[in-house]
Design a binder for this molecule. Structure first.
Ligand SMILES: Cc1cc2nc3c(=O)[nH]c(=O)nc-3n(C[C@H](O)[C@H](O)[C@H](O)COP(=O)(O)OP(=O)(O)OC[C@H]3O[C@@H](n4cnc5c(N)ncnc54)[C@H](O)[C@@H]3O)c2cc1C
Length: 410
């Protein structure tokens, strides 16, 4: 028997499940008219320890998560509002020459955003979708066909699903994007992000630290228990050398790379690696199809914005469908093109900007080094430019859905 829905979301990552919860919370869809399809759903809530996947979320993402009932569920032990950010170039010093610092007090905010445990976030997004009444179907997508009346999907367990709209939120390799023959542009960075939680000799002071090295950026994100989570992007050969080191040798390499900003570090978890790429789907919309999150765009993690952009995709799609009014119009290409134009015009400049930042900072060219020094110095002396950058990073500026720009959530 075929099951029918208004919106079938493929992918139960944070983007797919937040979309399901938001569609129902904003009454764009009735509960049982939304399906979330994934090959496997997370089986447990936040663990005793933090997940190795940690996300820096903007204020806009916090508001979106509040609007779909997720933010309030995230335990305070698994999120932290960070108050300061300090970025500096390899030749400079944190807080001094060749550096740029932001403080939430300068823009009258309680913090600059939140560091959130990935496992807890995924679990509570899924729970919000489930409790809102979305139908969660555990089976991988195998085939898709779009016809005039519906998009029809066949799942790995033989089930058939029909929907007015397929929302593809199935990640960077997006099987639904591939099955639909939608191509992508971009390139691999030939680099890996190394991720681990570390103890540090000195307190992190609720500050996100980032040092730009010729081999790639190193970020130390503060965790509520005093540890920091590192995201160290390095080209592949260096990544292989670092992975081969024992714990003590890795810590010394990390201390050198971090310029000892938090004193000596000590590994507290295994090391995880993620291959980095820049990717953009050629189209975000087709008749009866919309692409969101990493299925639509993958960016360099140096600004910690990939998921934030994905949440803004959710907000834009919900806003566009809300305005379309009737479920019968959800698959209409004229409606979906509005979503595509909106989000491409925000995501593409962001991706190009992060890529340019990586090229500007991840090299040893003396001319570029001088340019970086002048640029950082200039911005750090212009309070209005710093304020603009900090507010932009909060994600509430620019073309974002109205329910995100409203007053801060309780
Ligand atoms: C090192 C690193 C650090 C990062 N840090 C940050 C950060 O600080 N802040 C930030 O905003 N972003 C960050 N990002 C980016 C962020 O990780 C991604 O943008 C985000 O995880 C994408 O979420 P998603 O829901 O679109 O996709 P995913 O989380 O990849 O979810 C895709 C889902 O689709 C499912 N799926 C796949 N195939 C099928 C199929 N055939 N059928 C059904 N389901 C399927 C998968 O099981 C999965 O559940 C970082 C990325 C990296 C690599």
């Amino acid at each position: 028997m075929r099951q029918e829905f208004d919106v079938a979301i493929v992918g139960a990552g944070p983007v797919g499940t937040a979309l399901a919860a938001l569609l129902i919370a904003r009454r764009v869809c009735a509960p049982a008219r939304v399906a979330v399809i994934d090959a496997s759903f997370p089986a447990s809530a936040e663990g005793a320890d933090w997940d190795l996947r940690v996300f820096a979320l903007s204020r806009a993402s916090e508001r979106l998560l509040a609007a779909c009932g997720v933010w309030g569920r995230l335990p305070v032990t698994h999120r932290l509002g960070y108050e300061r950010m300090c970025v500096w170039d390899a030749g400079g010093t944190p807080g001094g020459r060749g550096s740029l610092s932001f403080d939430c007090a300068d823009i009258g905010e309680p913090n600059l955003g939140s560091i959130v445990d990935g496992r807890a976030l995924k679990w509570h997004c899924l729970q919000a979708a489930r409790q809102a009444g979305a139908v969660c179907i555990e089976a991988g997508l195998r085939d898709v066909a779009v016809d005039e009346g519906a998009v029809r999907m066949r799942l790995a367990d033989g089930r058939e699903i029909a929907a007015r709209l397929l929302a593809a939120a199935d990640g960077a390799r997006s099987p639904s994007r591939q099955l639909l023959g939608i191509g992508t542009r971009g390139h691999a960075y030939g680099a890996d992000a190394l991720v681990m939680h570390v103890h540090t000799e000195r307190p992190h002071r609720n500050t996100a630290w980032q040092r730009f090295l010729p081999s790639g950026p190193l970020a130390l994100l503060p965790l509520p228990d005093g540890r920091s989570s590192i995201v160290w992007s390095v080209h592949r050969e260096k990544a292989e050398r670092l992975r081969a080191l024992d714990a003590a040798a890795f810590s010394s390499a990390l201390d050198e790379a971090s310029d000892g900003v938090l004193g000596a570090t000590r590994a507290d978890t295994p090391l995880a690696s993620f291959a980095l790429q820049l990717q953009s789907a050629n189209v975000y919309a087709r008749e009866r199809v919309a692409l969101l999150g990493d299925a639509a765009h993958v960016v360099h993690p140096l600004a910690g914005q990939g998921l934030n952009l994905g949440f803004l995709d959710c907000a834009a799609l919900v806003d566009v469908l809300e305005q379309a009014g009737q479920a019968a119009a959800f698959g209409d290409l004229r409606v979906l093109r509005r979503y595509e134009r909106w989000r491409k015009s925000e995501n593409q400049p962001a991706a190009v900007g992060f890529d340019a930042l990586d090229r500007l900072f991840s090299n040893d060219d003396p001319v570029l080094r001088a340019l970086r020094g002048v640029g950082l110095q200039a911005v750090s002396r212009l309070p209005f430019a710093k304020r603009w950058l900090a507010q932009r990073a909060l994600g509430c500026r620019g073309d974002v859905a109205p329910f995100i720009t409203g007053p801060a959530e309780p």
